[in-house]
Design a protein around this ligand. Structure first.
Ligand SMILES: [Zn+2]
Length: 306
């Protein structure tokens, strides 16, 4: 139950080739409060009272037991003893270009292959780390809830709102949430300009749910899948590898920090968003061929042990 939320401001989180302002606000662990009523007086403490306390305690134990099981299963994803199932749930405020949706579906196997190649580089024998399944698009103009603050009540109300949001989308998409290790809800809109931008959302650090907004047309499918991979990695415990200016941190944000020469980097780390050409200069990862996973990110998600 203790998810750390990584929050990226959707507007400030746009990375363009020459400008990016990104704000991540780590928040405290989510807290659930149980309040038992103490208004019962002595004369009411008969059999009914005892039954009530028994039921409350039983419920509490079941909740704790279920939560502990979920924590264990989530941590188990980082063992990589099986292929992780990830749902990409497309949500569209207005109908999308069917060609863009078809192009995204067509490129999913390429994303799986690219990540499999990176996995094998870090952990020989790990040949199929991810299976992505596209659901939707669900036409909905209901916005994903945003975290309003970092207090316990903010976290609790956000968790409730997120649960309601994903439940409604899952039902509309015919999605069985229990069948997936992670679910990334992708609000897709047509591009607002010709310039490609990386728009990030909000993901449960080490949790199961990622929320992301992308601009989608046929030419932006690879970039959208790179953003989806980024959010998927957040749910597995990976942290951002870019500085407040949106540029890759060195060396953690390099896909291959031991390459000689060091620059230009062949690929960009999935958590950094940009491929570093030279110090202070980078290109946004807009082709899946440019997407990499550096050793620091690989360590965070369990692909490397040292
Ligand atoms: Zn991020």
């Amino acid at each position: 139950m203790a998810h750390l939320l990584s929050r990226d401001d959707a507007n400030a989180g746009r990375l363009t080739l020459d400008r990016a302002i990104v704000k991540d606000t780590p928040t405290p662990e989510r807290t659930t409060l149980f309040v038992l009523s103490t208004s019962q007086t002595n004369e009411g403490r008969g059999t009914f009272f005892k039954v009530r306390v028994f039921l409350l305690l039983t419920t509490l134990l079941v909740v704790v037991f279920v939560a502990a099981g979920d924590v264990r299963r989530r941590k188990g994803r980082n063992d990589w003893d099986r292929t992780l199932e990830v749902a990409i749930v497309l949500v569209a405020p207005r109908p999308l270009d069917p060609k863009a949706v078809a192009a995204l579906r067509d490129r999913v196997p390429s994303l799986e292959r690219r990540l499999a190649e990176e996995a094998a580089r870090h952990r020989p024998g790990l040949t199929s780390p991810f299976k992505f399944r596209v659901a939707g698009p669900v036409v909905s103009d209901v916005s994903a809830p945003k975290l309003a603050g970092t207090g316990p009540s903010d976290l609790a109300s956000h968790a409730w709102a997120l649960r309601s949001y994903t439940k409604a989308i899952d039902e509309a998409a015919g999605l069985d949430e229990g069948a997936f290790d992670a679910r990334i809800y992708v609000t897709a809109t047509p591009p607002t300009s010709a310039q490609k931008a990386w728009i990030e959302g909000e993901s449960e650090q080490g949790g199961r749910i990622g929320i992301v907004a992308v601009e989608l047309d046929e030419g932006m499918v690879d970039l959208a899948l790179a953003v989806i991979a980024h959010e998927t990695f957040h749910t597995l415990g990976a942290t951002d590898k870019y500085d407040p200016g949106g540029h890759a941190t060195i060396p953690a944000g390099l896909a291959d920090p031991t390459s000689v020469p060091l620059y230009p980097q062949l690929r960009g780390d999935v958590m950094a968003r940009g491929r570093v050409i030279s110090p202070g200069s980078e290109q946004i990862v807009e082709r899946l061929d440019d997407l990499g996973v550096g050793p620091e990110t690989a360590r965070e998600i369990g692909w490397r042990r040292e």
